[in-house]
Unconditional design. Structure first.
Length: 121
């Protein structure tokens, strides 16, 4: 990693912090299929529209998402597709580590599975 000024490091840390919340990762996963309204995202994630709107606002503020209004409906889409390359890198590495742990122990670690759900493959 090249030498990065401290003020830029703070912005990078904020970007990663946005990605550190499971609901936001779920939203990114949904939007990979294409643009969705707040209501569609809320329904598919199983949260209230108000809760999802808070996450969407933060993700938009950090440049991950773009929004457009059509009448009274707001639609969101991915603004920075490179986030998927980053997620693939992290998820791929994590999946390899989990598979290795499963092979060594003869099963999934007690608190982990390949999808992050306890006891579910």
């Amino acid at each position: 990693m090249e030498k990065i000024p401290p003020e830029i490091m703070a912005q990078v840390a904020s970007y990663f912090q946005v990605l550190s919340e499971p609901t936001r990762l779920h939203i990114l996963n949904l939007l990979q299929e294409g643009e969705c309204s707040v209501g569609e995202i809320a329904q598919r994630c199983g949260y209230t529209a108000a809760n999802i709107s808070r996450h969407l606002s933060l993700m938009t503020k950090h440049g991950l998402l773009e929004r457009r209004r059509q009448g009274t409906t707001v639609y969101y889409r991915i603004a920075d597709p490179s986030v998927y390359a980053l997620c693939e890198l992290v998820c791929g590495n994590l999946a390899r580590r989990l598979l290795q742990a499963a092979q060594v122990s003869g099963g999934w670690p007690q608190d982990a599975s390949p999808l992050g759900h306890r006891g579910e493959p």
